[in-house]
Structures are given as C-alpha cells and as structure tokens.
Design a protein around this ligand. Sequence first.
Ligand SMILES: [Zn+2]
Length: 136
Amino acid sequence: MPADQVDTCELSWNGQTVFCAGFRDGLPVFGWRRAPAGLATRRQLRALDLSEAGLDPVALLVYRHRRPFRHEEVAELFLVADARPVQPMTPGRWRQHDAMMRARRTCRTCRQVVDHCVRGPKKQCSTCYDVEGIAA
Ligand SMILES: [Zn+2]
C-alpha cells in the first residue's frame, strides 16, 4: 500500500470501501491520481461543461506541487453524476436560440424559412443556391 493510503473510507454514493489518505473536515482525502472514479474538481467539471453549483464536496484531493513549490494544494471533489450543466436552458435562452436558428434557416434570396441552414456567401436555401449555381 502506498504511503499516502493510510485509511479506508466507505463512499457514501456507492457504498464502495476504498483506501484514502485520511479524513479532513469529515471528508475522505485522496492523493493525486488516487481519487475514485466519478469524482472531479471544479476545474474538471468546467471542462465537461458542468457546474458544482448546489453540490457539496464529497471528498478532498490533496496534493503537493513538485519542487521547488512544495506547498500543499487542496481541491474539493464533487460527484460528476450529480453536477448540472453550467448554463441551463431557460425560456429566454431557448427563444434566443430559436431566433438564431431561424435566421440561419432564412434564405436571403427567396426570404423563405427552410428546414436546413442556408449556405454560401449569399445565405441561400439549397433551391436558390442550386439555381444560381446552374445559371452561373
Ligand atoms: Zn431561397
């Protein structure tokens, strides 16, 4: 057993018993790269477009920088499965999104809203685009 695995703890979310590096503030402490799967730091959640908002940390990640920065870093670990998307879609955001998509589906030549995104420098539907393509 590596030196930093001095204790065992039961994971409240899945009942697994794992080695940990002790406890701090009632939370199990894990060393770098020793945290159980399914946990992530704030930064790791952000990378997944998830937010820790409303969540309590379930464990702590404690690690030391390599020399010459030997001070200890502590990061809170959150359950990835409980994290929510960073920006939940609100009715306002959906309206904004719909308007944007409608604009992208509106042909600038025939002014019709089509079922696909308009294309080309003239933002045309495929019918207008093809007609001009043949005419050209
Ligand atoms: Zn058109």
